[in-house]
Structure formats: C-alpha cells, structure tokens
Design a protein around this ligand. Structure first.
Ligand SMILES: [Mg+2]
Length: 381
C-alpha cells in the first residue's frame, strides 16, 4: 500500500495549495500533540487534521447552484497506538468552510480526557466549544467512534447490535441537467436499484420522463426547497406518484411551515425534511409537518446524535432516511453503520468523487454492504 500512502500525502499537499489559505496546512492541535508517552491508562488523545478538496466526477447541479469540487477536512485521533479517522464535508450552502472547521478544531482540547469511550462527556464538551460548526463537530465524533471500534476490534454496527443484513438499498443521485446528460447519467447508474432525482430546476417533468425512458427502478425525488406554491406542489406529487416515485424530499422552502404541513396531510407520498432541520432538538416539532427526516452526519454533529435522532423519529412514528454530503468513504462508511436502522439510504457521496483516499462500505447489487473492519469500517488507500 506504499503507493497509496504516497498518493494520499501528495493529495494533501495539493489540497493545501488549492485551498490557497496558508493556515490550512497539515496540522495538529498544539495542546494535545507531542511528547506524551504511549502508556496504557496515561496516554492522551492526539487530534490531527488536513484540508482536502474532493473532485466531482460530474458537475453537480441542484435547485439553486452548481459545483465541481467540495472542500473537506480529514481528521485523525490517535490513542495508545490506535488511529480513528474522521471527516467534515462542507458544501457551500451550510455555512461552514475549511477555515471555520480548522479554527474550531484548534480550540478543541481532547487531551483533558483519558478515556475515549466516554463519548457522552467528550462530545458534550466538543459541542460546548462553540455554537453551530456541525460538520466540524462531526469530524471529531466520527474519528472517536472509529477509534473505540478499533480499540475493541469490532465494527460499530456490531457494537450497536444491528444486523448487517438489514441495510437498505442506496439511491444514486441524478442532478438537474439537460435530457442528454440525464440520460447518460441514468445509464451509468444501471447497477443501482434506486435513483434519487433532483427536481426544482424548472424542468421537472422532463427530468422524470428522461430517467423513465431509461429505467423503471424506484425513484426518490429531492426538490431542495425548489417549489414555492403548495397547490402546484400537490399536483406535482400526484403526478410523481403515477411515475413510481417513493417519496419527496424538502419540496417547499423550510420557512413555509404551514404549507408544508398542508402538503404532508394531503400528499399521497411521504414528505421528508432535509434542509428544514439540523439537530436532535428539531425533530420532535416535525410530527404532522413532515412524514419523515433525512439524517446526515454533517448536520447532526455525527453518529452519536444521529443515532438518537433515529430513536426519536421512530418514537414519533416517522420515516427515517440517512443521507450524506459529497464525502469520501470515511464519512459515508460511518453513516452506513447506522443504515440497518433506516427505511431509505442515500449514501452515494463517495461514488460522486474521483479522488477518494479511503476504501470502506460498498454498494453490491444496489445494497449498502457493510464489511467486518472495526470502527467505521474503512482503510486508507
Ligand atoms: Mg436533500
């Protein structure tokens, strides 16, 4: 794997240059690095981080914007000879950046904790370091979970008592584009048994008809708040049901709460919240407004809170979907550990990029397929 390691280091160097921000070079938290002997019981956790830019295979367009790259920050937490991997992905619309994540990580002192298994204590502290910064918090949460899984030598899904056979199919996302490109992307996605189609770009029927000209697999629709009128939205949802669509994600702007509740009440398809919420505390208020939630680690601050969100949503008899940003196999494999608990998965973020540096969860016959590697189930390429 020497070549892979060299590629990784080279990638990091290139990423730092591409970021054009001097402070965003390979770094580690000064308060916890160096000089600490690796003696069981007395070791300190060492947090390191790098910036990296993900190259997208195709220009990605959703309602509102297009992009070719996604900035991420990769983390490692070392403790007693074990290393946990984490990642923060910062799509531009969520307000975090490589700079803000690095600024946050510099403030975090994990060295005050002697036991990485005390996740409640550690993550409560991390959450208190500053407000917001959800992706920054997630990259610590993920690395900690990976670390403790490695320390006990078991994958997280096993520690949580989940059956790996219960993982769902994952959808593959088709962004808004011309019929020619949509057709090509749909043909390329033939190994997926479910597709997620982005709507809200003004060519909704054409998008669906183009995909349907290639395949009759189930389709999830994500409007990314792109519709404004609840009556037109309901009419469209009825049409989508006829086209074999399973549910509609975030059809109206998150601020149109009453319209959303009306649509959910009248809709023949489940209406799923995405942009409308971030954290655990938001979920309880959604009963009656949405029929389900799309959980993403970069919004939930990581695995620990995502797991709690699933429990709350189930108690409210709501559907649960687990999604991702454009991410490497690190964050995607972490989310996949929770996927036996959900109805639907949209875990294709690592498949949208051409410069992944990890190998982890796989999609086999369209299904999220977990491996037996400990922690989040990845290895560095
Ligand atoms: Mg969405």
């Amino acid at each position: 794997m020497k070549t892979g390691r060299r590629t990784f280091i080279k990638g990091i160097g290139a990423a730092s240059v591409m970021a054009s921000i001097p402070v965003l070079t390979h770094g580690s938290n000064p308060s916890v690095s160096g000089g600490v002997p690796s003696v069981p019981g007395s070791s300190r956790m060492k947090l390191s981080y790098w910036t990296y830019n993900l190259q997208l295979r195709h220009t990605f367009t959703v309602s509102g914007f297009s992009r070719n790259t996604t900035p991420v920050v990769l983390t490692e937490i070392e403790f007693e000879g074990f290393t946990g991997y984490g990642e923060a992905s910062m799509p531009p619309y969520l307000g975090e950046s490589q700079e803000s994540v690095i600024t946050f990580l510099k403030k975090v002192d994990l060295g005050q904790f002697r036991d990485p298994f005390l996740l409640d204590d550690i993550l409560e502290y991390v959450d208190s370091v500053d407000e917001a910064n959800r992706a920054a918090k997630a990259c610590i949460d993920i690395a900690l979970h990976d670390l403790i899984g490695k320390m006990v030598g078991q994958p997280l899904h096993k520690l949580w008592g989940l059956n790996p056979q219960d993982t769902p199919m994952t959808s593959f996302t088709i962004g808004i584009d011309t019929p020619e490109v949509v057709k090509l992307k749909t043909e390329e996605a033939a190994r997926f048994k479910v597709l997620k189609v982005k709507l809200g770009g003004g060519n909704d029927r054409e998008m669906i008809e183009t995909v349907r000209s290639v395949t009759d697999v189930p389709i999830y629709v994500d409007v990314n708040q792109g519709w404004k009128d609840k009556h037109k939205a309901l009419e469209m949802v009825h049409w989508l049901k006829e086209q074999g669509i399973e549910f509609v994600e975030q059809p109206l702007p998150k601020t149109q709460v009453d319209d959303m509740a009306w649509l959910t009440e009248n809709s023949p398809l489940p209406i799923i919240a995405d942009e409308a919420f971030q954290r655990l505390a938001d979920v309880a208020a959604f009963k009656g407004i949405y029929s389900g939630i799309n959980i993403k680690l970069m919004k939930s601050t990581g695995l620990r809170e995502a797991h709690k969100m699933i429990t709350v949503a189930r108690a409210l008899d709501m559907h649960v979907m687990i999604g991702c940003m454009t991410e490497t196999s690190c964050a995607v494999s972490a989310a996949a550990q929770l996927s036996p608990l959900v109805d639907w998965a949209d875990l294709d973020g690592n498949l949208l990029i051409s410069n992944d540096i990890y190998e982890g969860v796989e999609v086999i016959d369209g299904k999220v397929t977990l491996n037996e590697l400990p922690g989040i189930g990845i290895k560095k390429l």
